[in-house]
Design a binder for this molecule. Structure first.
Ligand code: ASP
Ligand code: MG
Length: 409
């Protein structure tokens, strides 16, 4: 018999009537002859509400993150019990499981823990008996039995991890959008729901700003080759299948355009062109736990050069403060910054076998008079940094120039 893991996100379980809809999805998968394991998120904005409560009590986070996890894990616990009750009412043998009861062991990294192992013996036995386990997403326990959570959006990861260890035939992520789109449909009208996308592309899209799936979930799915499908809870459509690259398939050159506004750039001007400068600049930044994304250092024309990098916008002020000090120490001329920038990336495995994608991209942006501030490329993506105000224009122009509205046959 085949086994499906069905995961329902917050908007899909936002109310009792939403949960009734979930019951229908579970029953119809069973009617089609599949065994089912269900994973759920907290109802609606419950996790945000809990975070806000915690902030009210201790906005400086003096209490540490252990108690935060005890609090956050309650959201999913509400959903599993309600859903299990409703399944039972409809005559489906179901049973709720907290992370710990489902055997999910994590490290002790509170609020961003990673799953280490899942003891499936119990779940497997129950599935054999025809029971539908309803598992709380986003949580587990560490070695000492402390409750942990996996980071915001972590229920996707729970679902994929369970699908991997249970050797499920498919992990279905039900959400409030139709699937994975070529780009954000709120920004580009012609954005199209993709039928298929490769793990590799999805990984890039997820980490470059597409919010459909938790990045960690895609990583796991790719590592264990769990076929992953993103689909809507509210309509009957196949959604998007995320899968291994199929050699025989004709790949589109570009699969999607992802973007994020969450960016800022900093430049140290007039630094000496000597060994140790990059480390002198970025060392203190990384010590402050600030993540650096793109880095550019120019070739020195005389004896000095400029050094530019990007960070998350929320880290901008702190990074600037650190750099002012660093600049003095290394005798740089000055520090400049800009926190009104955005990063836009085109992703596609077809890029590997097609030259000229980058130059075409730059030409399209030039035709719109959009200035490119930074560029970075890898095998299957090209990212540019532009002023935030041009982001939407850039996304639309590229989407249309690369014909992303059209299905590739
Ligand atoms: N409830 C958690 C969150 O809102 C986990 C999840 O929904 O995936 O981030
Ligand atoms: Mg989610």
């Amino acid at each position: 018999m085949s086994l499906f893991v069905q995961k329902f996100g917050g908007t899909s379980v936002a109310s009792i009537s939403h949960i009734e809809n979930v019951v229908r999805k579970v029953i119809s998968a069973r009617d089609e002859g599949h065994d089912v394991v269900v994973v759920v998120s907290a109802m609606g904005d419950e996790t945000d509400r809990l975070v806000a409560l915690a902030n009210e009590v201790d906005h400086q986070h003096i209490s540490g993150r252990r108690e935060m996890d005890v609090l956050l894990s309650t959201g999913e616990q509400i959903t599993i019990s309600l859903l299990a009750m409703m399944l039972l009412k409809h005559g489906v043998k179901a049973q709720s499981y907290t992370g710990r009861q489902a055997g999910i062991l994590t490290d002790d990294g509170h609020t961003k823990a990673r799953i280490l192992d899942i003891d499936t013996a119990h779940l497997k036995a129950r599935i054999e008996e025809g029971v539908v386990p309803v598992v709380a997403g986003f949580q587990g326990t560490d070695d000492d039995g402390n409750i942990t959570t996996l980071g915001r959006g972590g229920s996707d990861t729970t679902a994929v991890a369970l699908a991997a260890v249970l050797d499920a035939d498919e992990c279905r992520i039900y959400t409030d959008v139709k699937g994975v789109f070529t780009t954000d449909p709120r920004v580009v009208e012609g954005a199209r729901c993709l039928k298929e996308v490769t793990f590799e592309e999805m990984l890039e899209l997820a980490s470059l700003g597409s919010r459909v799936l938790h990045t960690r979930a895609v990583e796991l799915a790719s590592k264990y080759e769990v076929p992953l499908r993103v689909l809507s809870s509210f309509e009957d459509a196949p959604g998007t299948l995320i899968t291994r690259e199929d050699e025989s398939m004709e790949q589109p050159i570009i699969s999607g355009i992802a973007f994020t506004r969450d960016e800022a750039k900093l430049t140290v001007l007039g630094v000496k062109d000597v060994p140790g400068i990059a480390s002198a600049i970025l060392g203190p930044i990384s010590k402050a736990n600030i993540e650096v994304d793109m880095i550019v250092q120019n070739v020195a024309a005389d004896q000095s050069t400029d050094f530019t990098f990007t960070v998350r916008r929320e880290d901008y002020d702190q990074a600037l403060e650190i750099l002012e000090k660093v600049a003095k120490n290394i005798d740089a001329r000055e520090v400049a910054g800009d926190n009104k920038i955005a990063k836009l990336s085109m992703v596609g495995v077809g890029m590997r076998s097609h030259a000229g994608v980058a130059s075409r991209m730059f030409e399209v942006l030039a035709n719109e008079s959009i200035n490119i501030l930074m560029i970075s490329t890898s095998e299957i993506k090209i990212s540019v940094v532009v002023a935030e105000k041009y982001l939407e224009l850039a996304a639309r122009a590229l989407h249309s120039a690369f014909d992303l509205s059209e299905e590739v046959s």
